[in-house]
Design a protein around this ligand. Sequence first.
Ligand code: DGJ
Length: 746
Amino acid sequence: MRLIRLASLRFVPLLLVLVAAQTALSQSIRFLEDKKLFVLQGGPVSYVFGINERNELQHVYWGGKVVRDADFQPVKSTREWSGLDLSQAYTPQEYAGWGAGLYTEPALKVTWPDGNRDLVLHYESHKIAGDTLSVLLKDISRPIYVELRYTVYPETGLIERQSRIENRGKTPFSIESAQSANWTLPDATGYRLRSLGGRWAGEDQLVETPVKMGMQVLESRRGGTSQQSNPWFALDQDGNTDQEHGDVFFGALGWSGNWRISVEETSMHQVRVTGGYNTFDFAYTLAPGASLETPAFYGGYTSGGIGDASRIMHRFERTKILPDGSGLKTRPVLYNSWEATEFKVDEAGQTALAEKAAAMGIERFVMDDGWFGKRNDDHAGLGDWNVNPAKFPNGLGSLIKKVNSLGMSFGLWVEPEMVNPDSDLYRKHPDWAMHFDGRPRTEGRHQLMLNLAREDVKEYTFHWLDQLVTNNKISFLKWDYNRNFTEPGWPEVPVDQQKKIWVQFTANYYEILDRLRKKHPGLEIESCASGGGRVDLGVLKRTDEVWPSDNTEAFDRLDIQRGFTYAYTPHIMMAWVTDVPNFNGRSVSLQYRFLVAMQGALAVGSNLNKSSDEDLAESKRFVAAYKEIRETVQNGALYRLTPAADTNFIANEYAAEDGKQVAAFAFLHSQQRGYGVSPLHLSGLDEQAVYKIRVIKTPRRSPDGTVGALTDMGTLSGAYLTHHGLDLTLQGDYDSVLYVLEKVAN
Ligand code: DGJ
């Protein structure tokens, strides 16, 4: 016994060393002093950069986890290739100032009042605090400092990067490009870029382009995030990846103003992604002592294909981005009045809709545009946020009371950044609208934009919103934004400050949202911008859901939702069931419309006052079925079971986090030559388990012809469902089916 104890004591120091080594390895951020390397590790990801012999921060590695420090060597700058291709141009800096011999995309570009435009950033110091690393860089001679912040999210391996540019000198200088980060991808050829492009009513089209020598730019110059392009990207190697396999590097910017992401393949075939504020029309004068923060830029890696890249984003958004734990709850089923009544809202009409909505199982009733000022169409009223007494003689109070008594919470539409020239606000404060002195003011939807960058406009806006929410029992605001910047002037401030409007407008918008939420805990907000024009990780930190598109036509919506969920979680994706015929003049069945909308946060936007009793009864059953699967749909894992290019047959699977439930949706556009579709192979199932299966399928083939009800279909094993798959009986045009699987035995 004694011998054993003595023997084991001999191993104590070794054990301590091992434990210490293990603890060090489990830290998400480490600095290897001897090699001057920063090692960041989270989830299945390692990210390494170092300080090179010139004292620049140089990228080393981004990809699957590598735990052995000995594998990484100190960094050395890339050698000069020729007198035309200097070392500075090809050394993959983590955050490159435009200066010395840099010809690739800089992270920062400045001009000093004396004309000096040379910026060379060197390492000064660093600090590690938990999962955050901050590295301080400084120009080789001027008092410009840049703090680079890296935050590692251990569960997902996502890395958040942000920079803060600081003027510690005595003279101001002007910033012409302020990016959040340069990301360097592993050396390889044949990268493919995926992004999301579109326009009003045609959002989230998946764009796939090969990355070739040169630069591709994703951006918004419209003042807001925009429908035209969304600040998200994914890069993989075409041919080596699919939905569930292969290396994917992806990222998203958290900014709702002008943004830019450039994807550049240098002539040395290095692929670099740079993102932050758009450089277009950008000039930000930094006074002595002042600083500028760039937007957060999140980057991730997976070897599990684009499907896993999306799931990582979804989980991250729900758990780390959405405010106040919103992403951990489920969204209520909502009714919205817009498509039913447009501007013709009044107490009697809305009450009638509310009664029908409540009977259907709706949990939140939202009154859209038209309740205020002289808002009878889109020509007037924006800016006059007082309740229209002809439409609501008792104010909003009695409608809200009625809605609440029906068991629903109440939500209201607002568009705070806008003003109609035909409004009392504009007549009183024409200078509050964005403009250049003496120039015409371009209208969009008969409205102008308020210059929210102005302190007085910001305060005014916060106060009327605060009053509205204080004086009425409003649980939810649908915050709309129906046009983009034009004439982005700010004549009231000195000329060298005027272009700050691009940054300050959005900063003030965020401030108002933050203050409102703080003052009214529990208030929920939707980000809407004529559809999906303001969906990004910046606004999602302050809102609970988003409106992806004004196009609610179910077949179009299937594709819009598919694009949307590449970057964003179904949890926030509002999806209304509306009347037919709809966009494209298309009419599809109520079942098809519901099954499309049940793949996000379900809502109804039909004119219930015109719906048949049969439709109302069926809708009630769909809403009940949705409530059985909404936790799985909103907070589970999404698997795309059909390729993105296939628009004829689209199938998506949602698997609950605890593995107990799966909801699989499938849609056939048009059957041809009598052929059916192949069985649906489900993903992520427990092959040892047995699943009870229920189905909603086209009434003519469902056992009792009841539309919208889940009917029993017996049981199948996880192995069968994975390998053989679910046999689908989709037929004809616009057919649809929902299978709900419950794990019943192991
Ligand atoms: C645009 C939104 O996207 C619609 O849902 C609706 O709220 C209208 N604005 C109201 O004007």
